[in-house]
Design a protein around this ligand. Structure first.
Ligand code: SAM
Length: 246
């Protein structure tokens, strides 16, 4: 899968993308990163990429021309229509479902904003999707682009060496993950739950499933409405205690 990132901080983006699992996946040919420096496309004599906002107000706004030309360079390389994502806090919040859906694309372009954002006219022209990574405001779109690329890449076949690990994690089936333990069996008076040492895989799976439901119910109860639970599980974990008024 190919990712084209349009940014005014290319070095930062390169460092983020070329380390760890993503870097290895690129070396092995599963991912392909292209970081385009928006400044390189500026036709301004001083390579400016921002200007004062019309109508006044604080801060600067990224100008349309260099963003558009950087986008055009990426689009030409890709060769066909491509989903183009603008990272912005003024959008729907990114989820694991989105990560899975985007992983089916052959290429994506991600546009990182700065200052007060980007001239709306170029956004109207090039952007197909607007995505936020959460209800808070960052100084720039790079950390958000990295978050998307990381989450999407893990869903691209071949990127995770253990193919199954992406399928049993938090948010799969709408549940958060069960707790994990490793050696030693006893650490500062805390024992690993006995069932995990039993060797009985069916019992371990059942315990993990229960723990996942309990954890989700405790910290993200709103997820349970959409979670894939059996009728039995719904009755066991979700039924309200009988009302004493009745
Ligand atoms: N003035 C903008 C607003 O109120 O919506 C905020 C601009 S923010 C300071 C600068 C850039 O950071 C944005 O253009 C966007 O690319 C990025 N950004 C900030 N918060 C983000 C978030 N929660 N998700 C994705 N991108 C974000």
């Amino acid at each position: 899968m190919k990712f084209y990132v349009l940014t005014i901080f290319p070095e930062l983006m390169e460092t983020l993308l070329r380390s760890s699992i993503l870097g290895r996946a690129e070396k092995n040919g599963f991912l392909d990163f292209h970081v385009l420096n928006i400044r390189d496309y500026s036709t301004d004599r001083h390579k400016k990429t921002d200007d004062y906002p019309y109508g006044g107000g604080a801060g600067m706004v990224m100008t349309a021309q260099p963003v558009y030309d950087a986008y055009e360079a990426a689009r030409k390389e890709i060769g066909g229509p491509v989903r183009t994502i603008y990272l912005t806090p003024a959008a729907k919040v990114f989820t694991q479902k989105d990560a899975k859906a985007y992983a089916k694309e052959e290429a994506l372009i991600l546009l990182c904003g700065h200052y007060e954002g980007v001239d709306q006219r170029v956004l109207d022209e090039i952007v197909t999707d607007e995505i936020s990574i959460g209800d808070y405001v960052l100084t720039g779109g790079e950390p958000a682009a990295w978050v998307l690329i990381d989450a999407i890449s893990r869903m691209v076949p071949g990127v995770l060496t253990n193919e199954t690990s992406g399928e049993q994690e938090s948010l799969e089936g709408g549940l958060l993950e069960y707790p994990q333990y490793t050696r030693p069996e006893l650490w500062r008076d805390h024992r690993v739950p006995e069932i995990l040492l039993s060797g009985d895989h069916a019992k371990v799976d059942a315990w993990r499933r229960d723990q996942a439901i309990l954890k989700t119910k405790a910290v993200r109860p709103e997820l349970l409405a959409e979670a894939e639970l059996t009728t039995k599980e719904r009755a066991r974990f979700l039924s309200e205690p009988p009302s004493h008024d009745a």
